[in-house]
Write a protein of this length. Structure first.
Length: 254
C-alpha cells in the first residue's frame, strides 16, 4: 500500500486522473513557507509573499476548473500582527494588488470573492478592496474564493458563544435550541460546507488556530513544498490522494 502510494507520487497527475464526480466541495489551505522560500534565495521575506500571490492565482484557477465549490485560503491570522510592522504592511497591501491584477480573470471565471475574518482591525485600504471585490463578484455562481484575513479560530468560537448568549438573553434563541447545527450558524463559515480537505505547505504539520471546529472530519494533506513553489500538479495530487481515502465520519466503512 505504502509503496504503491509512493510510486504514484512520482508520477504526474493530470485532470483525467481525478474523479470529477467526487471532488471535495470545500478545500482549505494553510499557505506556509513564503519566508523560508525567500530566505533560501537570499531575498527579503516579503519577496516570498509576493511570489505566493502568483500561486494563489494558479490554485484558484485549477480549483475552479475542476469544480471545487469553496477554496478557503489562510492569508493572515489574528496572530500575524506580531510580525514586523513592515511585513504586516506589505501583507495588507497584497489583497488590493491581487484583486486589481486579477479581477477581470475572476469575473471571466465566474468566481465569487469572500472575506472571512475580523474586519474591524483591517486597514481601510485592505478592507475596501476586498469588500469592493465581494460586491463586484456577488452575482457570480462559480468557485467561492474565501480569504481568511485577520482570522483566528479560537476568537471565532468565543465570538460565536457571545452572540449565542446575547440571542438567548434577547429571546431570539431558546437555550434548548443550542446544538451543533445552531452553533455552526454562528460561525464565519455558516454559508459553506465543512472543509473536506485541508492542505498545508512547507512541511509543518499543525492546524495553527485555523478552522478548529470546521476541520473535525476533514482529510489532512501535507507537503514539504513551500507555498511559492506549490502548483497545479501538487494540488491535483492532494485531490487524487483525497479520493483514495475512506471517509467514515466516526461510523464504519460501508
Ligand atoms: C506563511 O508563510 C504565509 C503567510 C503568513 C501569508 C500568506 C499570504 C499570502 C500567500 C499572500 C496573501 C495574498 C492575498 C491576495 C490575500 P510564512 O511567512 O509564515 O513563511 P515561513 O514560515 O517560511 O516564515
Amino acid at each position: 500500500m505504502f509503496s504503491k502510494y509512493k510510486e504514484k507520487r512520482v508520477e504526474k497527475i493530470a485532470i483525467s486522473d481525478i474523479d470529477l464526480s467526487n471532488v471535495p466541495k470545500h478545500v482549505a489551505i494553510i499557505m506556509d513557507g513564503n519566508g523560508r522560500w525567500a530566505k533560501n534565495r537570499g531575498l527579503p521575506r516579503v519577496a516570498g509573499h509576493k511570489a505566493g500571490v502568483q500561486t494563489i492565482k494558479k490554485i484558484a484557477n485549477i480549483a475552479s476548473n475542476i469544480g471545487i465549490e469553496v477554496l478557503t485560503l489562510f492569508a493572515f491570522s489574528t496572530e500575524n500582527w506580531k510580525r514586523p510592522e513592515k511585513e504586516v504592511k506589505f501583507l495588507m497591501e497584497l489583497p488590493q494588488q491581487f484583486l486589481l491584477d486579477y479581477m477581470e480573470e475572476l469575473m471571466e471565471k465566474n468566481v465569487q470573492v469572500k472575506l472571512m475574518g475580523f474586519d474591524k482591525q483591517l486597514p481601510d485600504n485592505t478592507l475596501n478592496a476586498v469588500r469592493e471585490a465581494e460586491e463586484r463578484t456577488k452575482n457570480n455562481t462559480g468557485l467561492i474564493l474565501n480569504f481568511a484575513l485577520n482570522y483566528g479560530s479560537r476568537a471565532e468560537i468565543v465570538n460565536a458563544t457571545k452572540n449565542i448568549l446575547n440571542d438567548v438573553i434577547n429571546g431570539k434563541l431558546e437555550q434548548d435550541e443550542i446544538n451543533e447545527t445552531t452553533f455552526n450558524n454562528y460561525l464565519l463559515t455558516k454559508d459553506y460546507p465543512e472543509p473536506d480537505l485541508l492542505i498545508r505547505t512547507s512541511g509543518e504539520q499543525r492546524i495553527s488556530n485555523f478552522l478548529l471546529w470546521q476541520l473535525a472530519y476533514s482529510e489532512l494533506w501535507f507537503t514539504p513544498v513551500y507555498w511559492p513553489d506549490f502548483n497545479e500538479q501538487l494540488f491535483l495530487m492532494a485531490i487524487y490522494d483525497y479520493q483514495k481515502r475512506g471517509r467514515r465520519f466516526g461510523g464504519l466503512e460501508e
